[in-house]
Design a protein around this ligand. Structure first.
Ligand code: KIV
Ligand code: ZN
Length: 517
């Protein structure tokens, strides 16, 4: 049987995914996700935009040092400072890549960059040459490629390959293209650019029209051999193409794709949950591959068919993407070793013994309230431990709510603020509203609540509720998460987590804003 081409999976959850409002992650969280992506065997992890802020630089550096198998990539605009900073950030990686980009569509060149096409081409070539001084693996992206003039796109592609780019990415930055058009762009580049055989063509599609995955797959059918995608389709606006959907489409329909990925698909669900818990972006139940209903056969006819012969209605096996395969249950009587080894099999290891002890104490606490502890609970325990470093300004000390039919709910909340305890009471339209009002009476943050959502982590009424709260203040948006078997406590924790995050400094640049300096 002929060997199929390798389709390179380039994950940008930590960069484009993080550009989603409220999805910002701490350094420790990024390293955890990067390790999970490595277990998933993604080829390239885009770890961030190092020039954006000292925090972003540190995170890309930390991911570079933590990951061995996957290539670690840093994003840079086509400027000397960006490229030098990216080069420095990925220097410690076993395999490093610099991804440099400049816009090529007329509207972006004229209105955003205020540069002529010739200036853009010259700057792209200069950027690629400079990047090659830091690593042999350089990717060039023609931002807004899908709305660019095809003749110019061919010229710039040829020039950056000549300058040393090994990958040329053709982003649909604004999510505008449709499948046959992107296929045509890839195909024209393949046939018109004389040195195209020296580079991998890549697709990077945004989901504004819900077409990101379809467009990426169309590009693959036309000959692209790298796709840029994110876990759960996380990303700015409507998001990026979902990694899990692309990978499973290529695998399930190997009859129509002449390429294979190297992805360890049984790690998909694990990764999806981790990203959702860390960012606070829940996965909708009907989401393909990783949604709670993705493999649930509701209707009687389907169930009957599946019981007689699975393939009557199922095109993939749930366990192939990680469902059910690792649902070992822990409980009240499980010891530290069982706890540790279960965490290890989920890819979670603690550097310090005290961290394990703290997580184990949380586990025992939860096991007192809840009979069976599932993998999802363990991920939440670890996330919660990472969230509460002990040094936060606002901590929950006590909470009492009164909720009765026909009466206005009230809450009494005691917080520790800078190690000083204070208490406030408030009434609200519901117990959660009353709690948030009591917290605000103490904190007076002036933040606006943009989103409040509750999700049951597992099935059953003893499940932990995982709450996400999104707050905005002075144009800055943050997400907070909290989990508890009591959803009022989970909600208050999430609110405090968001408030604590609002206090952290954040002066990061957005990669796609403004003129190049
Ligand atoms: O969408 C886009 O164009 C990007 C580039 C920076 C690659 O994310
Ligand atoms: Zn993008």
């Amino acid at each position: 049987m002929a060997m199929k081409d390798r389709l390179i999976i380039f994950d940008t959850t930590l960069r484009d995914g993080e550009q989603s409002p409220g999805a910002s992650m701490t350094l420790e969280e990024k390293v955890r996700i990067a390790k999970a992506l490595e277990r998933l065997k993604v080829d390239v992890i885009e770890a961030g935009f190092p020039i954006a802020s000292p925090g972003d630089f540190a995170a890309v550096k930390a991911v570079s040092e933590a990951v061995t198998d996957s290539t670690v990539c840093g994003l840079a605009r086509a400027t000397n400072v960006d490229i030098e900073r990216a080069g420095e950030a990925v220097r410690g990686a076993n395999r490093s890549r610099i991804h440099t980009f400049i816009a090529t569509s007329r509207i972006h060149m004229e209105k955003k960059l205020r540069m002529s096409p010739e200036e853009v081409l010259a700057q792209a070539v200069k950027a690629v040459k400079l990047a090659r001084q830091f690593t042999d693996d350089v990717e060039f992206s023609a931002e807004d490629a899908c709305r660019s003039d095809i003749d110019f796109l061919c010229r710039i592609t040829e020039a950056v390959i000549e300058a040393g780019a090994g990958t040329v990415n053709l982003p649909d930055t604004v999510g505008y293209i449709v499948p046959n058009q992107i296929a045509d762009i890839v195909s024209q580049i393949r046939h018109r650019v004389p040195n195209v055989d020296r580079a991998v063509l890549s697709a990077h599609c945004h989901n504004d029209l819900g077409l990101a995955v379809a467009n990426s797959l169309a590009a693959v059918m036309a000959g692209a051999r790298q796709v840029e995608c994110t876990i759960n389709g996380l990303g700015e606006r409507a998001g990026n193409a979902a990694l899990e959907e692309i990978v499973m489409a290529v695998r399930t329909r190997h009859d129509v794709f002449d390429c294979d990925t190297g992805i360890e698909t049984t790690e998909i669900l694990n990764c999806s949950r981790l990203v959702s818990t860390i960012t606070g972006f829940p996965v909708q139940p009907n989401k393909a591959i990783v949604g709670a209903n993705a493999f649930a056969h509701e209707s009687g006819i389907h169930q009957d068919g599946v019981l007689k012969e699975r393939e009557t209605y199922e095109i993939m096996r749930a366990q192939d993407v990680g469902w059910h395969s690792n649902r070992m249950v822990l409980g009240k009587h499980s010891g530290r070793n069982a706890f540790r080894s279960r965490l290890e099999s989920l890819g979670i290891a603690f550097e310090r013994e005290e961290e394990l002890n703290e997580a184990f104490a949380r586990f025992k606490d939860l096991a007192d309230k809840k009979h069976d502890i599932f993998d999802e609970d363990l991920q939440t325990i670890v996330s919660e431990a990472a969230v509460s470093s002990g040094s936060e300004l606002y901590k929950l000390v006590a909470l009492r709510v009164c909720s009765e039919t026909g009466e206005t709910p009230t809450a009494k909340v005691t917080l520790s603020i800078n190690d000083q305890e204070s208490t406030a009471e408030a009434a609200g339209s519901g117990p959660v509203d009353a709690c948030f009002k009591a917290v605000e009476a103490l904190v007076k943050s002036g933040a606006e609540l943009l989103l409040y959502s509750v999700n049951a982590i597992t099935s059953g009424t003893d499940s932990q509720g995982e709450v996400t709260v999104r707050l905005e203040r002075d144009g800055r948006i943050v997400n907070g998460q909290g989990a508890d078997t009591d959803i009022i406590i989970a909600s208050t924790k999430a609110y405090l987590h968001a408030l604590n995050r609002l206090l952290l400094p954040s002066q990061r640049q957005h990669p796609q804003m403004g003129e190049l300096v």
